[in-house]
Design a protein around this ligand. Structure first.
Ligand code: AP5
Ligand code: MG
Ligand code: ZN
Length: 208
């Protein structure tokens, strides 16, 4: 069983890498951000509760995300391992996770703030889950998803002012997890400024 956490600031490439690792090893990607965005789209009560926090670039309350993750990783497809993308995001969540599943690797994808702003302001996404970058990972046809032909758009929280606030939230609430997992001996620091394939190979070199 290989349970992985992909940690890092907004725009560090957590989603990009989690999807690629999932494709290579078969463990499902569990992205709290994607689950919450689907709930917003479906206009469920969960979605309504989460939307205001997400639009402001703040964390959704711990109780909500803890419950989402506990429910998701109990599914049969997670029995051989899973890849958490965007969870845990504060100490409370890390402790909640520790109580329900053992974690083998925490990949801390390190990227400076200025790189984050450049990456997120030029990110484009598709409802099918694919992510592009206008310069570093462009779609074959402008504005159209390679995988499903859907129309690409910008995430609402990718406005520059919101990106800056998400970074503040990251430094204050999430960054302490680096120390927390370092002490547990499962932290692997990854240089996230290299290109997508180089980052993937570095991560996979630890997974064997
Ligand atoms: P979430 O969806 O998790 O957003 P985030 O953490 O801000 O991270 P992003 O998804 O923006 O970036 P990423 O690291 O996945 O990078 P990506 O691969 O897309 O959360 C959104 C919101 O939901 C939160 O603000 C919060 O409100 C709520 N939420 C979610 N989880 C929560 C939790 N646990 N607790 C409470 N609230 C929670 O890459 C970015 C761009 O760069 C793309 O364009 C990509 O193509 C490009 N790129 C990727 N890698 C590289 C590379 N190596 N070189 C060049 N370009 C690259
Ligand atoms: Mg993401
Ligand atoms: Zn698509």
């Amino acid at each position: 069983m290989t349970n992985i956490v992909v940690l890092g600031p907004p725009g560090s490439g957590k989603g990009t890498q989690a999807e690629l690792i999932s494709g290579r090893y078969g463990w499902p990607q569990v992205s709290t951000g994607n689950i919450l965005r689907h709930a917003i789209e479906a206009k469920t009560r969960l979605g309504l509760e989460a939307k205001a926090c997400m639009d402001r670039g703040e964390l959704v309350p711990d109780g909500i995300v803890d419950a989402i993750v506990a429910e998701r990783i109990a599914h049969a497809d997670c029995a051989k391992g899973f890849i958490l993308d965007g969870f845990p995001r504060d100490l409370e969540q890390a402790k909640a996770l520790g109580g329900i599943a053992p974690i083998g690797f925490v990949f801390d994808i390190h990227v400076p703030d200025e790189v984050v702003v450049e990456r997120l302001s030029q990110r484009r996404v598709c409802d099918c889950g694919e992510t592009y970058h206008l310069k570093y990972n462009p779609p074959k046809r402008g504005g159209v998803c390679d995988k499903c032909g859907g129309k690409l758009y910008q995430r609402e929280d990718d406005a520059e002012k919101t990106i800056r606030h998400r970074l503040e939230v990251y430094h204050k609430q999430t960054e302490p997890l680096i120390k927390y997992y370092g002490k547990k001996g499962v932290l692997v620091r990854i240089d996230g400024t290299r290109d997508i394939d180089a980052v993937l190979e570095e991560i996979c070199s630890h997974l064997g």
